[in-house]
Write a protein that binds this ligand. Structure first.
Ligand SMILES: [Zn+2]
Length: 259
């Protein structure tokens, strides 16, 4: 199963909204020790907002507004449907939200926390501009990345600089920029243009039920396969420092290292 990228996270938010938004919770189990006694039943779900890859499910009751924060990380998922068996082993269920007709089961979801909605920035304040957000401007985002002057793909994965990109879109972005994934960001030409192109692809994927299609990928997980432009075999390497090292992929001919 591919790691959820921001477009997949936003599709998850849409599914949660279809099931829960505008409805009152009749059941809300948070199966994390710190919040196990918090009861959100009786609250009405406003909707699930996304910043980068963070999910913020906003709820209201009377004058009070609460937010349930959650994150899919590598392996989390939400099972949404009519009331019934949860469809996952009990020990993997972190959150169970139910209205009088539908349920949403958070399986292996991470970073589950509840705060007042006014305190959401504790979870998201450190994040850079969100590539999928309405009004995202690639020029200042490219400026932030260039100023960091770090290896391209490593910088793209640092959510404090620009948020929403995972290993797939970071590799694809380097391909759009025509840059070796290790090129220092200050020396990548056309970074703003590459951000805009990848943002457009992410928005298209968001509106495609199955998400991005394998055949649309230029380099990601295509090790040894021919580059779609020049036929050179795609190569793979790791970027970042262990244990945070992540895989990336590139065409050595279309994305040459700096001379
Ligand atoms: Zn190529």
């Amino acid at each position: 199963m591919p790691v959820p990228e921001a477009d997949a996270v936003r599709r998850t938010a849409r599914r949660l909204d279809a099931a829960l938004a505008g409805h009152t919770l009749v059941r809300a189990d948070l199966r994390v020790p710190r919040f196990a006694t918090v009861d959100l039943a009786g609250l009405t779900v406003l909707g699930t907002h996304v910043v980068g890859k963070h999910l913020l499910t906003r709820l209201v009751a009377d004058e009070r507004a609460w937010t349930l924060h959650h994150h899919l990380r590598m392996d989390g998922a939400w099972r949404v449907g009519p009331l019934g068996p949860p469809g996952a082993p009990q020990h993997q269920i972190r959150v169970l939200l139910a209205t009088d007709s539908t349920q949403a089961v958070g399986v292996r979801v991470h970073m589950v926390e509840v705060r007042r909605t006014t305190e959401e920035r504790i979870w998201t304040g450190h994040l850079g501009p969100d590539i999928m957000a309405e009004g995202f401007d690639p020029e200042p985002a490219a400026g932030i990345l260039a100023a960091a002057d770090r290896p391209l793909v490593e910088a793209l994965l640092d959510q404090r600089l620009v948020c929403g990109l995972g290993t797939m879109w970071a590799a694809e972005l380097a391909a759009h920029a025509g840059a070796d994934p290790r090129t220092p960001t200050s020396q990548v030409p056309g970074l703003a243009g590459a951000l805009a192109q990848v943002r457009a692809r992410m928005l298209r994927a968001l509106d495609t039920p199955a998400g991005v299609r394998r055949r649309e990928l230029r380099v990601f997980e295509r090790t040894g396969q021919p580059c779609r432009t020049c036929g050179t075999p795609i190569r793979a390497t790791k970027v970042g420092v262990a244990p945070m090292a992540r895989p990336t992929y590139w065409c050595p001919r279309c994305q040459p290292p700096l001379p």
